[in-house]
Design a protein around this ligand. Structure first.
Ligand SMILES: *Cc1c(COP(=O)(O)O)cnc(C)c1O
Length: 463
């Protein structure tokens, strides 16, 4: 992205000419449909509405800050992914992006499968009625108790991430008298983020078993030799917020090569490959994500081509989008509290939330957009930084954006594309109360995760 090289911070007055933000949109009142969920629009009075409900009403009923999730958009995205990949592939929603019992029910109804990576996520999935065989369990250090619970529940697959885990899962499965379906997560030496990918030297991380030095082939050897395991395939996940398909291409090629080596050595053709998640979404108008059908076509073309070359039967493909499904479906609604113009720099706009409800800006230097949503304005654009109320100068929600110069305390502003990794990474820093998630659909709004209360805080603090 053109704006990825940020200076450390505004140090001098000519920061305005440094150009690490885009020019203001021609009309700040226009909502770019790329970054807002599908039912978002402005009503006759200029207020943003979602699912037919105006934000002023939502703020009054549910308070701020709060996440508003466009349920019909979420369901439409699930359907788009499963239709794009068709009956010969499986779509697993990555629950870590955002998981609640309502979400699990929607996934189940829309025919998706679900990835979990902790006992807590597994409990949520099972409690909301997701059939265990449609759940996959990930993670580089699943506890014995978590593995036991997954095996007992009859989970569809466990993605093995280390040599210890191969043995651990095999033992537990045997003790329960089952053969557990498993995949092995391999590290293909590709790391992709946004528009770039690097095809070497990225084995230096905690996930998976390296392909390069024969470790993955050794893991396959061991898994095939253990009675408790039914090795169904190989798994690769290369990064996050990826727009460029080149990294997936390299990853798919290397995974298929491994399948060919396994066939040559063991005489078995593993029936499945999982190419992970990581597909990018539009956080700002400059991002151009691909549609699910383009992604599905690109991946299946690569796999088919590589399998033909290796004379392998084409395996069943699975993918694991998290962000690409839930990210675009929600926005965070904040009330403006204080406004500080810093002469020659920018205007700091403080909202009633911050890094406790969106850590991504502080953690990843993530970029977001923001809009005045309780009204329209014809005032000039002003360069703003939207910050939270926490005791931390890195408590930034939107680093560089434009809002109308007549912005005033009490105005409602909204940050779009906060459906993924915001509520799920929310914290209680400064004893903040984590905001609710409100699902909006066809003129109705209902809380699916309630706001935390001070009683909740005190209940955990046992004195
Ligand atoms: C995080 C993760 C995903 C989902 O990533 P997104 O960027 O949300 O699509 C999928 N698979 C695995 C193994 C992951 O760790």
């Amino acid at each position: 992205m053109s704006r990825s090289a940020h200076p450390a911070g505004p140090r001098h007055a000519d920061v305005l000419t440094e150009g690490h933000y885009s020019a203001p949109a021609a009309d700040l009142n226009v909502l770019d449909e790329k970054v807002w969920s599908r039912t978002v629009t402005r009503d006759a009075d200029g207020a943003l509405t979602v699912g037919g409900i105006a934000v002023a009403r939502l703020a009054e009923e549910f308070g701020t800050p709060a996440y508003f999730l466009d349920e019909s958009d979420f369901r439409a995205r699930c359907r788009a992914w499963s239709e794009a990949f068709g009956p010969d592939a499986d779509v697993f929603y990555a629950g870590k992006a955002f998981l609640s019992r309502a979400v699990v029910r929607w996934l189940k109804e829309e025919g998706l499968n679900l990835d979990v990576c902790s006992g807590g996520e597994l409990t949520t999935a099972l409690d909301a009625g997701m059939p265990a065989e449609r759940i996959a369990f990930h993670g580089n250090n699943k506890t014995v108790a978590e593995i036991e619970r997954a095996v007992e529940a009859g989970i569809g697959r466990i993605v093995l991430d280390s040599f210890q885990e191969i043995v651990r899962v095999a033992h537990i499965a045997q003790r329960h008298g089952v053969r557990q379906r498993v995949q092995i997560r391999v590290t293909v030496g590709v790391e992709a983020h946004t528009h770039e990918f690097i095809a070497t030297a990225h084995e230096d991380q905690k996930f998976g078993i390296a392909l390069a030095d024969g470790q993955a082939a050794e893991a396959v050897r061991r898994a095939l030799s253990l009675d408790g395991l039914d090795l169904i395939g190989v798994h690769s996940h290369i990064g996050s917020q990826i727009f460029d398909m080149a990294g997936f291409e390299v990853s798919a090629r290397r995974v298929v090569q491994l399948l060919a080596e396994i066939r040559d050595e063991h005489g078995v053709e593993l029936p499945e490959i999982d190419l992970g998640g990581g597909l990018g979404i539009a956080y700002t108008s400059e991002d151009d994500p691909r549609e699910p059908h383009e992604i599905a076509k690109a991946l299946s073309d690569i796999v088919t081509r590589e399998c033909e070359a290796a004379k392998l039967r084409t395996p069943r493909i699975s993918v694991e989008p998290g962000r690409a499904i839930v990210g675009p479906t929600a926005f965070t609604l904040y009330e403006v509290g204080t406004i500080k113009p810093l002469e020659g720099l920018r205007t700091y706009v403080s909202v009633d939330g911050g890094m406790s409800d969106n850590i991504r800006t502080a953690l990843y230097d993530a970029e977001y957009s923001v809009a005045l949503v309780s009204r329209t304005s014809d005032a000039e654009p002003m360069l703003v930084r939207v910050v939270g109320k926490h005791c931390e100068s890195g408590d930034i929600v939107v680093k560089d954006a434009f809002l109308p110069a007549d912005l005033a305390p009490g105005d409602l502003i909204a940050v779009p594309a906060t459906g993924a990794y915001c509520r799920s990474m929310a914290s209680n820093y400064n004893h903040a109360l984590r905001p609710p998630v409100v699902a909006v659909r066809d003129g109705e709004a209902r809380v699916i995760v309630r706001r935390e209360t001070e009683e909740d805080l005190l209940r955990l603090d046992v004195g």
